[in-house]
Design a protein around this ligand. Structure first.
Ligand SMILES: C[S@@+](CC[C@H](N)C(=O)[O-])C[C@H]1O[C@@H](n2cnc3c(N)ncnc32)[C@H](O)[C@@H]1O
Length: 273
């Protein structure tokens, strides 16, 4: 990716995103729900740097992505990344700086896939606002289209504390990524999560990203998706090896084993007719 490797969004991407894998996963989830027909239009809600949208169009020039984020500097960064790509890649990504709740057809095409990744759906704190978002999502999908969101949970999700991981980044060296869960209120499910970085020179980038989320439960989300009109809903979970270690291959499940921490996808499909 071109640009400043010390930009917070570049560090974020190195720490928590795998755009090409995410693009492959989204394509597979659509195909498995649509008799192996291929998706063309991805709408990436809460797109951040639009890395997944870029991954989507880079893996097939017939594809188009609509990437939406509310934050102007973030969209400007995404624009820089996309414009730096060769050929006509940039023509295949529509970047929109707006509230995801305001963008709908005919301003944009109905999408085959709407993705809300890295827990972005958790910004909604009330049932009313989340239900309204799910209803708009259904309206913004083409027939047979899927909505994909991720969710984390397990005992560790409600524990206060910090996890750290070292990242080896070409051109700059070792950066330490810190994931902090600063507070969690079981009454409201409100969770304060933060990302910090320690840079190779020892300086720190505190509160590089701060999230005020509601850590919804799976049954709550499934129920709201149903109320929104999504008749067909699935949970996709990681495959575990014989030692209980995640393999990075998600598939639909009807139960989840108790684990200290888990990440799942909720996938909801708009009826074909
Ligand atoms: C957790 S980041 C997710 C970034 C990216 N989707 C990913 O997979 O890493 C959430 C993003 O949502 C954006 N955002 C928050 N509220 C929004 C809204 N109502 N409409 C559009 N974007 C919003 C923020 O600016 C931020 O870039």
């Amino acid at each position: 990716m071109p640009g400043d490797p010390l930009h917070p969004l570049a560090l974020y991407q190195a720490a928590v995103q795998h755009p090409l894998s995410e693009a492959f996963f989204l394509a597979r989830a659509y195909e498995e729900n649509n008799d192996f027909k291929q998706a063309k239009i991805l709408r990436e809600d809460f797109c951040g740097s639009a890395a997944v949208s870029l991954g989507w169009v880079l893996t097939d020039p017939q594809r188009h992505a609509i990437a939406i984020d509310l934050d102007r500097p973030t969209i400007d960064y995404a624009r820089q990344q996309i414009d730096a790509q060769p050929d006509n890649t940039a023509d295949n990504v529509t970047l929109i700086c707006d509230d995801v709740c305001r963008v709908c057809p005919p301003q944009v095409s109905a999408a085959d896939i709407i993705a809300s990744l890295n827990f972005s759906t958790l910004i909604f704190h009330s049932e009313e606002t989340l239900l309204a978002y799910f209803q708009r999502t259904l309206n913004n999908l083409a027939p047979g289209g899927i909505f994909v969101m991720d969710l984390f949970g397990g005992d560790s999700a409600k524990q206060i504390g910090m996890q750290t991981r070292e990242l080896e980044i070409d051109a700059i060296g070792t950066v330490t990524y810190h994931w902090e869960q600063r507070s969690y209120d079981p009454l409201t499910q409100r969770i304060d999560c933060r990302i910090h970085f320690t840079l190779p020179d020892g300086s720190t980038l505190d509160d590089a990203f701060v999230y005020d989320w509601r850590l919804w439960g799976i049954p709550q989300l499934m129920n709201l998706l149903r109320q929104a009109g999504f008749e067909h809903r699935q949970i996709w979970s990681d495959t575990l090896d014989e030692h209980g270690q995640p393999q990075g291959y998600y598939q639909p499940v009807s139960q989840i084993d108790a684990q200290h921490e888990w990440v799942i996808y909720l996938i909801a499909q708009k009826p074909n007719k």
